[in-house]
Design a protein around this ligand. Structure first.
Ligand code: ZN
Ligand code: ZN
Ligand code: ZN
Ligand code: ZN
Ligand code: ZN
Ligand code: ZN
Ligand code: ZN
Ligand code: ZN
Length: 297
């Protein structure tokens, strides 16, 4: 592994340069990334405006009070903070009035929010009224959905009014200011990314709110096509059934099959059996189909 050895020495050189550079560390950077809680790296604690107690952040406050006198902090109302480096209690601002450090490398004067971990790409969205992460350039505010969405979804998603101002349909946490990443499904409904992954792990591929297919199922539908083609139903089961498609909301009359029923309009297998539509003269009772293929039975 000669290559690996050479690479390692090169890396060491880089580290040495960095340490030398840190010798001239800016006063404002002292203690950066060394303090905080499980939620944020920051160099101050907040005085809760509601109960006057000191917490690392508003989540720490909300978690602590959840056990007893349950109440949530209003982030904009935080007026006083305490620098963790010099212990000075002071009005909200970025730089400590006493020791001169940045109490947060990122600071929002509206949210009274501090965070040293700027790799998260924090930005304040005025339309949302809160700080978000992920980089301002990577997100846009969708006025109809009432939240910030990834730019890849611009003109490319189903708008659902106030879609993010709901609880996650899986874990019930309020999505709008959740710290966890969210996913916009094809139908426009939203849920946590982690909750979505867990749902898919449990072989559920439909939106829990509207039952529409939540991800590209083209390959899966193709597979079902082949399976159905390869599995002839015994003659007694060869009748037609009415199905309502969860994806396009149309009804169609299809051959009964244990594997699934494909929508006659959009080819989705995300269908459920339904009663015969009122305007149809067809029969949903067992009905023999053309039996030209029964020579295999
Ligand atoms: Zn915290
Ligand atoms: Zn200080
Ligand atoms: Zn903000
Ligand atoms: Zn926004
Ligand atoms: Zn939208
Ligand atoms: Zn969730
Ligand atoms: Zn949906
Ligand atoms: Zn359909």
């Amino acid at each position: 592994m000669a290559m690996g050895g050479a690479q390692f020495h090169a890396d060491e050189g880089v580290v040495a340069c960095k340490v030398a550079g840190d010798g001239h560390q800016n006063r404002r950077d002292v203690g950066k990334m060394e303090h905080g809680c499980e939620h944020y790296r920051r160099r101050c604690k907040i005085v809760a405006p509601c109960c006057n107690q000191v917490f690392s952040c508003r989540h720490c406050h909300d978690e602590a009070t959840a056990l007893g006198d349950r109440h949530n902090i209003s982030r904009q109302d935080v007026a006083k903070v305490i620098c963790v480096l010099c212990d000075t209690k002071q009005p909200v601002s970025q730089v400590c009035i006493s020791c001169g450090v940045n109490m947060g490398e990122y600071f929002c004067d509206i949210c009274k929010f501090y965070d040293d971990e700027t790799v998260k790409g924090q930005y304040h969205c005025h339309a949302c009224g809160i700080c978000r992460v992920g980089g301002r350039d990577n997100y846009f505010h969708c006025a109809k959905c009432g939240s910030c969405y990834a730019v890849s979804l611009r003109d490319n998603h189903q708008c659902v009014e106030d879609s993010m101002r709901q609880n996650c349909p899986i874990c019930y946490e309020y999505l709008f200011d959740s710290l966890k990443g969210t996913r916009v499904l094809d139908c426009g409904h939203t849920m946590h990314m982690d909750c979505f992954a867990e749902m898919v792990d449990h072989n559920k591929y439909t939106c829990p709110i509207c039952s529409k297919t939540a991800l590209d199922m083209t390959l899966h539908w193709d597979m079902l096509d082949r399976e159905i083609e390869a599995t002839l139903m015994p003659q007694v089961y060869r009748y037609k059934v009415w199905v309502l498609c969860n994806d396009c909301n149309q009804v169609s009359k299809v051959g009964f099959h244990v594997i699934g029923h494909k929508c006659g309009h959009c080819s989705s297998y995300n269908t459920r059996s339904t009663s015969r539509p009122a305007d149809s003269s067809g029969s949903s009772s067992p009905l023999m189909t053309d039996s030209s293929e029964n020579n295999n039975l």
